[in-house]
Design a protein around this ligand. Sequence first.
Ligand SMILES: Nc1ncnc2c1ncn2[C@@H]1O[C@H](COP(=O)(O)OP(=O)(O)O)[C@@H](O)[C@H]1O
Ligand SMILES: [Mg+2]
Length: 347
Amino acid sequence: MLVYNFISKISLLVFFLMPFKTYSILPSLSLFTAPRVFIALTGAQVVINKIKDEEPKKKECTFPGLAGTFPIKFLYIFNQLKEVQVAQEAGTDLPQGLNNRLLIHGAPGNGKTKIACTLAEKAGCHLVFIKCPEIMDKYMGRSAKKIKKIFKNMRERADVDKKIVLLVIDEIDVIAAHTESEQRTEHKAALQELWSQLDDIQDDPRFFVICTTNVENLLNEAFKTRFGNNIVEMPAPDETKRREVLQLYMKKCTGKLWDPYLLEKLVKASDDPKICVRLLKDYVQEILQVAKNENNGVITEKMALDVFNEMKAKYVADLIKWAESFATRENYRDVVQAIGLLRIITG
Ligand SMILES: Nc1ncnc2c1ncn2[C@@H]1O[C@H](COP(=O)(O)OP(=O)(O)O)[C@@H](O)[C@H]1O
Ligand SMILES: [Mg+2]
């Protein structure tokens, strides 16, 4: 009995120590180790679908405070950040040879920016946020200069801080979309500056860079290869995620949950790849307001579905408008395909 107790204590110790030692050198073990680190450090829940030999691996994870599941890649990135962060705080050698870039793509409104910022926050990183449309300047050379300055500040920060500096470059397509247009010299200069800066910090684990884009199919191949395997799609919400998003925001707004019958009606009505998380979130606020104004706060089935369909139509119209303002004649088809509107536009 004594021996048995001793062995079980030792295995428990190994169980908790193993992730820190093995994750970076043995990525194949990460499936087993990563969830443990995550649970141990954050108390988060991890859902790993059962893996059968003959089936492709299907794995997802969850993050506290966010609805639905996420591709498992985010958990691996989280663990990598956490591992470096722990070493940095302890003053030990930092793990080397890690890919410190990630590209997140997918139709707008499904949480790309949100997950990037959540990773920074949950892993305790210092977040630096660049919104590409805001950094572009009409004066020649100014955008590149701004980028240079941001990286200079990041380096200074990393020298004095024990936190990883996590840079989110939001809507990178604004700079990095493939185009031969002559008028884009400013964009090319900005992109060149960005890559030279990113190459400088490539092997430095004190930095991590996440780029997001709605239109991955417009980014040139040379750009994408620089992310290696770290390219992940944020998919449109499945049934479970739609249900969880509706519940999460209803709970946030009212402290209560949806009437189960209405909730299922809405989950079904939103079964459409064009529906995004943002629309569902905005819908909850809108329906509560409409019900308050028109029916003493009571949501009827007709009201719930009418408001939903109205909002959906407006959302699609806005998306088309965005595509028209963003795309050129040559790449319009690629743009609408990336944002899930190809069938609507081409009939
Ligand atoms: N899983 C989620 N749970 C709760 N809210 C979410 C989730 N994903 C996205 N959101 C919310 O939906 C909105 C759109 O997300 P955002 O990250 O801006 O999308 P994207 O960057 O893909 O366009 C934001 O208000 C965000 O807080
Ligand atoms: Mg975004």
